[in-house]
Design a protein around this ligand. Structure first.
Ligand code: HGY
Ligand code: MN
Ligand code: MN
Length: 416
């Protein structure tokens, strides 16, 4: 096998232009991107991605959950491909880089290898995972979770959005329900480049985050049922107000995370009154809770505290409350050999770097359960993400893509 000089670099301008070209699919007036999974804007970017892959000589395959694979042949096709990629769906008030950087950097790596005339020993496969964000359909990272065997394909196809549309219907609606069974396409390894979505790399002036762990995540769906009644005639002591009960619970969610800190965070990101009206006491609310910690024990302790708080508030306020865990992702430990390969690539090219735990969930966190996986972070401005202000520099995106390329070359081997 030949060695590739560590000064082989991706085309920085082309990567930057590609990121900004795809940002037009779902562009928002504030400079962000709203590209909810399996919606019209997601179809636009998927069609764009398919064409770009084919123009780069990749064989495009789509599985039963719409995940897109772009295969680049290697000298020894008996070897499992090295996977690299991320996701192209965004949050409702998302940015240009979350998921997009990792997916388009993977495409840029292929473009660079083609131009350099480099053939790898093992094939490589770039991936656009369906619905990483979990905003329209829960749970998040559902396609890679199904690939890792956490869910059946049918269960994921049955998941519905707030309008009652299922994943299966939405896939058919944009023409991306593939015929390939989920997880039929075996990967030998998976590496994901992503913005950090937090402040550490920028604060420490480090270019590369060598991700060795990922936080555990628990998602809950909750309901509170009180009693709708007249806002003017119902005395305060007689009310069974679902929204005031939820308000207490939201503060209990915050208090519990702080009590289990500093390695715990929790968020109530959605709250819906069933039949809102300014002069009706809310009788029914639905809400969601997102809890994260790098420690399994902390996640379990928070679960116990939240369930106890729900029981206490419901009894005292005479409402009925449900709090159901719909997604429990244990903390991730990435493959030590691959983590070392990322660190070695950053070192060889000369980028400053540090080991880091991912606060966000990612597709690589699911892949890590079935194949050796690792992640590469680059800084984002002020650590902001899941916000239209999300921003990153061309230099850092380029650095991340270079580390991705050299890590993948080390894993796949270079035939010529
Ligand atoms: O929620 C997450 O951690 C991911 O950014 N979707
Ligand atoms: Mn992401
Ligand atoms: Mn995200």
């Amino acid at each position: 096998m030949t060695k590739v000089a560590s000064n082989l670099q991706i085309d920085s301008v082309r990567l930057w232009d590609t990121i900004h070209e795809t940002a037009k699919f779902g562009a928002t007036p504030k400079g962000g991107v709203r590209r909810l999974t399996l919606g019209p804007e997601d179809k636009q970017v998927r069609d764009w991605f398919r064409k770009a892959c084919e123009a780069t000589g990749l064989e495009v395959h789509v599985d039963a959950l719409g995940t897109m694979f772009g295969l680049r042949k290697g000298r020894d096709m008996s070897k499992a491909p090295v996977g690299l990629g991320s996701h192209l769906d965004t949050q409702p008030t998302g940015g240009k880089f979350d998921g997009v950087l990792g997916t388009l950097a993977a495409l840029e790596v292929v473009r660079t290898l083609n131009e350099a005339g480099i053939e790898t020993e093992a094939p490589i496969c770039i991936v656009n995972w369906t619905n990483e964000e979990g905003s329209r359909f829960a749970p998040a990272t559902m396609a890679s979770a199904a690939y890792a065997g956490d869910y059946t394909t049918d269960y994921i196809l049955s998941r519905k959005d707030a309008a009652g549309v299922s994943v299966g219907e939405a896939l058919d609606g944009i023409g991306y329900r593939g015929t390939e069974p989920v997880a039929q396409r075996k990967l030998g390894a998976f590496v994901e480049l992503h913005i950090e979505q937090g402040p550490l790399l920028e604060a420490e002036n480090k270019t590369i985050g060598v991700v060795d762990r990922g936080q555990g995540i628990t998602w809950y769906d909750g309901t509170i049922t009180g009693f709708e009644s007249h806002a003017g005639t119902t005395p305060m002591p007689l009310r069974r107000d679902a929204l005031t009960a939820l308000s207490e619970f939201v503060l209990a969610v915050e208090r519990t995370a702080k009590a289990h800190g500093p390695n715990a965070v929790s968020t109530v990101g959605e709250a819906v009154i069933a039949a809102p009206s300014r002069n009706v006491i809310p009788g029914e609310v639905a809400f969601t809770v997102d809890v994260r910690s790098p420690d399994t024990e902390t996640l379990a302790a928070i679960d116990k505290d939240l369930q106890a708080a729900a029981v206490e508030i419901a009894a005292r306020r005479k409402v009925a409350m449900t709090l159901t865990a719909i997604w429990q992702k244990p903390p991730t430990i990435f493959n030590a050999t691959l983590v070392d390969a990322v660190e070695h690539a950053a070192e060889a090219i000369g980028y400053s770097h540090r080991r880091i735990t991912s606060g966000a969930g990612h597709d690589a966190c699911n892949l890590a359960n079935v194949v050796p996986a690792a992640m590469i972070f680059v800084p984002c401005k002020d650590g902001i993400s899941h916000n239209e202000l999300e921003d990153a520099t061309q230099a850092d995106c380029t650095a991340g893509a270079n580390v991705l390329m050299h890590t993948v070359l080390a894993l796949a081997g270079v035939a010529s």
